[in-house]
Ligand binder design. Sequence first.
Ligand code: PGA
Length: 264
Amino acid sequence: MNAPGARRPLVSGNWKMHLDHLEAIHAARDLGLRLQPADVAAVDVSVHPPFTDIRSVQSVLEGEGVPVALGAQNCAIEDAGAFTGEVSPTMLARLHVEYVLVGHSERRQLFGETDEVVAAKVSAVLRNGMTPVCCVGETIDEREVGLAQERLASQVGAAVAAVPRASVASLVVAYEPVWAIGTGQAATAGDAQEACAWIRDTVRSAAGSEAADGVRIQYGGSVTPDNTEELVRCPDVDGVLVGGASLDAAAFVEIVRAATRAVR
Ligand code: PGA
């Protein structure tokens, strides 16, 4: 059984619909100039640019040896076919994408992605040899009426059920309470720990201890260089998913360094 400390934290930057391909090239180079080997000795780092940037960012990361994994923000359920406007997970894998966000709350809320759709995407990402970062989180209304844990259990349960038991440990789950995203109001470390521990217990009940001890659970929602260390010190918080602050390379590198301090 893994000790909690055996999970390597993952710091991910979700660029959302920001930075065109020229700006993205600049941002990726900037990361490469700032990140030192010590920054990535104890934590993994990924960036999730818009689809139109992915090929350009791949060239910078690989060509200049930037120690950051390439990510995507979404993908189709199918690998190929008559799905106008969709982006194939197989094609993402060909561009050396390693992590794909699935079921971000903006996808769930604005684009109607249900737990079933999200589960199918988790399985599509795994089938193509990439790691799903499955986003879960309650709304403020659900929290206020005491339904937060129920909501998390159904989101996590649907994702885990879509995955062969042996693969559950390789998943990443991002706990992102909807009320904390882009609001400047991050969850407290105590609240983040409680929710992440609940998520891990849900994985344990569904898929056993090996899966629960291996799965990495990030916290996301108004993460900054100032709150990262305390969040990542929580035993069940294995990194952070960063939106706004990831658009500034200097701030993002400070977040990576804060995560490193937390695990030392
Ligand atoms: P935020 O976004 O850091 O800007 O709150 C987080 C996210 O949506 O992943």
